[in-house]
Write a protein that binds this ligand. Structure first.
Ligand SMILES: Cc1cc2nc3c(=O)[nH]c(=O)nc-3n(C[C@H](O)[C@H](O)[C@H](O)COP(=O)(O)OP(=O)(O)OC[C@H]3O[C@@H](n4cnc5c(N)ncnc54)[C@H](O)[C@@H]3O)c2cc1C
Length: 416
């Protein structure tokens, strides 16, 4: 009997899962259907570059339907809800898809309306986000017109996608205003709910030093309760206030709305409760999750989604054969951090190992936790790998799903 595999979301995780599965499973053994609401696949790491005029929409958007191998059915519609008990997906176009295996790959969603005033007066005029394409594009216009004053980059709450992207924005803003020769007229403040620049101590220490070097003010433990775009002010729950001339806000994230509308599928933030080593959901054995949609104790990042893919695809096949699941996903994550002036830093970590110095992926390789031009080239080249290797489900030479330990300086201490 042919198994019916339905994948909800055709972004990073849904696409690579479908393509990897199609290479592993004959069409006679399984049908693969991917559902997504639109036909625009955005290379999201490219959103960072749009506000600074270093990329535009044409560079980072491709037709979603063209990213799938032959033998994968692409169904363009929003998902309304999943009936987990009946193994059915109900779509907004009225169709119902029955499945034997469901993969939730619907990512995370920006919910700016959760913050009082954020989408009120001033939204898209002096208050922006670069976390989606309309926001990043509008922000490019506002930055080009900005002649001086206080720029505030504010993370409202965690989790967010790519937690280092707001820091990268600060580094690039420092570079951008220097290029425009108005840096002395701009104050840049990074305002975060965390107690440091990042969650992991060694990386937080390094990133804090980099903010200091660039004269970027770090404001910690600031839990934004309201944004007043008419006067230009962030207000915290503890009543602290920060004035701004231009605000770049990373709104609260949640899982896809349909997850919340599907009884039993999601947690309180509409993410899917998922086993951190197998990617099988805790909801029902035939439901799996990948990428941002899964509630795992690791960053929401494309690299994480990529590394999860191999274990997930293996486990869907094991599930169909009735075999015990592979528990090998170790939380591997890595990220190039653009630091301005054609340099970038690389971090590599997993559930147990925080980012440390050394080299990646082995003793000879890219420098970790250190700015270099090589890392900047790596960041730029990654876009090519994304479209040509990662999404099609090909292996990237030298990059394994498990976090490599060789090359890492595991004796490093914070501040050393
Ligand atoms: C500014 C920015 C910079 C980033 N930089 C990096 C980086 O440098 N490195 C890195 O590793 N990661 C980075 N990321 C994060 C990375 O892009 C995401 O973590 C990754 O895309 C997650 O993949 P996903 O498949 O889970 O979700 P997505 O790729 O977001 O795909 C989810 C899909 O589900 C679809 N969907 C959602 N709801 C529905 C519905 N109801 N009906 C139908 N379809 C639906 C969406 O349309 C979307 O196509 C960045 C993200 C941002 C925003």
């Amino acid at each position: 009997m042919s198994a019916r595999i339905v994948i909800l979301g055709g972004g990073t995780g849904g696409t690579l899962t479908a393509n990897r599965l199609r290479r592993s499973l004959a069409s006679a053994d399984a049908s693969i259907t991917v559902v997504d609401a639109d036909d625009r696949h955005v290379y999201q790491p490219g959103l960072l570059f749009v506000p600074f005029g270093l990329a535009d929409a044409a560079d980072i958007v491709r037709p979603r339907s063209r990213q799938f191998h032959d033998g994968i059915e692409y169904h363009q519609s929003g998902v309304d809800h999943v009936d987990v008990g009946a193994d059915e997906v109900h779509l907004l176009d009225g169709s119902v898809l029955d499945y034997d295996v469901l993969v939730v790959a619907s990512g995370s969603r920006l919910v700016p309306d959760e913050t009082e005033g954020l989408t009120g007066p001033g939204w898209m005029e002096r208050v922006f986000t670069f976390y989606d394409l309309p926001g990043a594009t509008a922000l490019a216009g506002a930055l080009a017109k900005f002649e001086g004053g206080r720029l505030v980059v504010n993370v409202v709450d965690l989790p967010i996608k790519c937690p280092v992207a707001p820091l990268e924005f600060c580094f690039l803003a420092d570079w951008y205003f220097q290029e425009r020769k108005i840096r002395d007229r701009v104050t840049i403040s990074y305002v975060t709910p965390l107690d440091g620049a990042f969650t992991k101590p060694t990386a937080a220490h390094a990133l804090r030093g980099m903010l200091d070097e660039r004269g970027v003010e770090l404001v910690t433990e600031f839990n934004t309760g309201a944004v007043d775009g008419s006067v230009g002010r962030l207000v915290a729950y503890d009543e602290r206030e920060i004035d701004f001339d231009l605000a770049v806000v990373i709104p609260v994230h949640s899982g896809a709305a349909f997850v919340g509308a599907s009884p039993g599928l999601g947690d309180e933030l509409d993410f899917v409760d998922t086993d951190e080593h197998t990617l099988q959901s805790k909801v029902k054995p035939n439901v799996f999750a990948i990428g941002d949609a899964a509630s795992l104790p690791i960053s929401k990042a494309g690299s994480v989604t990529h590394f999860e893919g191999e274990t997930l695809v293996e486990n869907i096949q094991r599930y169909l054969r009735g075999e015990p699941l592979d528990r090998s996903y170790d939380g591997h994550a890595n990220c190039f951090i653009e630091t301005g002036f054609h340099k970038a830093m690389l971090i590599d970590f997993n559930y147990d190992q925080e980012p440390v110095g050394g080299r990646f992926p082995g003793r000879v390789g890219l420098p970790l936790l250190k700015e270099s031009r090589l890392n900047h080239l790596g960041k730029l080249m990654f876009q090519w790998f994304y479209w040509h290797a990662l999404l099609p489900g090909r292996d990237i030479p030298g990059i394994t799903p498990d976090m490599p330990r060789a090359g890492k300086d595991l004796s490093a201490r914070v501040g050393s």
